[in-house]
Ligand binder design. Structure first.
Ligand code: GTP
Ligand code: MG
Length: 350
């Protein structure tokens, strides 16, 4: 693999203590297997001596980009990928968790036809260092499970990534928010053939973790954004139905306090705001006033239809077992579908 051109991208924030041994390990890989290897460090103005460390080392194959105005792991990774000029790119953490010795195997996987490769803790041969608390383990498992609708990769949370530069250049609608840029790239680059290379994942020895509660909240939002991207109709209808159920609760509560017509209006208004925000998120830039009037009109027709269906069942209760229940349920289902279809087609157009 001496002729392949490879760029290693290291996003860093306050990693000055971990960098020397990692650079040595990468230098070893360059010496042994990948002669045409470059390193791009994308640092977010760490102010911990990273800049002087790199300039003292003065290695012609190492380049440091310092971003002064911007911060964030995913955008740092994207910046590195944009700056790379090689055929292959590898992204890895700078805290020593990812072994540089796995890089040649990852490049081999790409040469052999993989769209994307990840250094993986969760395939045969992969391990995690002892000492992970139950909480962190659980956290990682839940996060991986949440990524299942997008990929079957076992370690989809890995930050040790490899791809051809042309795969990255083919990415559509990249939205590098949050921490899990690997998942974002797998989805937005349309990668089907993802190969996992087993690694021994070491717990960070030096420096501080940047994995905070905010990061986890951002991940949840990321998953929702990706779901909207890959399964827009499913997300839209499912959310609409869920809001409908919450609206029923609001309606029952309002009925206890106000007259029927006011209760209906309160429930419809409740549904409108949540549906506009979550079920029809893509149409939020249009006039809220026009949408509100339209929504109320459509739902009123739905409510009247609902009323007649239920009444019909009740009037025919002698012929149909459990007519009240069956009538109410089928009217609700028909109502939800009716309201959804017409709101989507007429009021919340893309
Ligand atoms: N450029 C840049 N790099 C970041 C930023 N946040 C994290 N990083 C780097 O991204 C890599 C992963 O961050 P970590 O803090 O190790 O996150 P983690 O691996 O999930 O958690 P720990 O290993 O427990 O610390 C490290 O190399 C960090 O220095 C950031 O805002 N900007
Ligand atoms: Mg780490």
């Amino acid at each position: 693999m001496q002729q392949e051109t490879v760029t290693i991208i290291l996003p860093t924030y306050e990693e000055v203590d971990s960098l020397p041994s990692l650079i040595d390990a990468i230098a070893e890989v360059k010496k042994q297997t990948l002669a045409n290897l470059q390193l791009i460090i994308v640092d977010d103005n760490s102010d911990d001596g990273t800049e002087s460390l790199i300039s003292e080392k003065n290695l012609e194959w190492v380049r440091l980009i310092v971003r002064r105005g911007e911060k964030g792991l995913s955008t740092a990774v994207i910046r590195g990928l944009e700056e790379a000029e090689s055929e292959y790119c590898i992204v890895m953490d700078a805290d020593g968790s990812h072994p540089a010795s796995a890089i040649p195997n990852m490049i081999s996987a790409l040469i052999e036809g993989a769209d994307f490769t990840v250094g993986s803790r969760y395939v045969q041969g992969g391990t995690t260092e002892d000492g992970w608390g139950v909480l962190r383990w659980l956290n990682s498992k839940i996060a991986t499970l949440m990524a299942r609708p997008f990929t079957t990769v076992n370690d989809s949370m890995s930050g040790f990534l490899g791809m051809k530069r042309e795969t990255f250049l083919a990415a559509k609608d990249l939205n590098p928010v949050g921490y899990k840029i690997g998942l974002e790239l797998i989805v937005k680059c349309g990668c089907k053939n993802v190969v996992e290379v087993p690694i021994h994942f070491r717990t960070r020895q030096l420096g501080e973790s940047k994995l905070t509660l905010r990061v986890q909240w951002e991940y949840l939002q990321h998953v929702i954004r990706l779901l909207r991207y890959t399964h827009p109709n499913f997300v839209s209808f499912f959310t609409f139905a869920a809001v409908g159920v919450s609206g029923l609760g609001v309606y029952i509560l309002a009925l206890m306090l106000t007259p029927l017509i006011t209760a209906i209006w309160i429930a419809m208004t409740w549904n409108f705001f949540w549906d506009r925000k979550y079920a029809f998120w893509y149409a939020r830039s249009k006039s809220i006033f026009v949408q509100y009037i339209g929504f109320i009109l459509v739902c009123s027709v739905g409510a009247i239809a609902n009323y007649f269906i239920t009444t019909w069942f009740v009037n025919n209760s002698h012929a149909i077992p459990l007519a009240g229940l069956v009538g109410g349920l089928s009217a609700s289902v028909i109502g939800v579908v009716f309201n959804y279809v017409f709101n989507k087609a007429l009021i919340f157009r893309k």
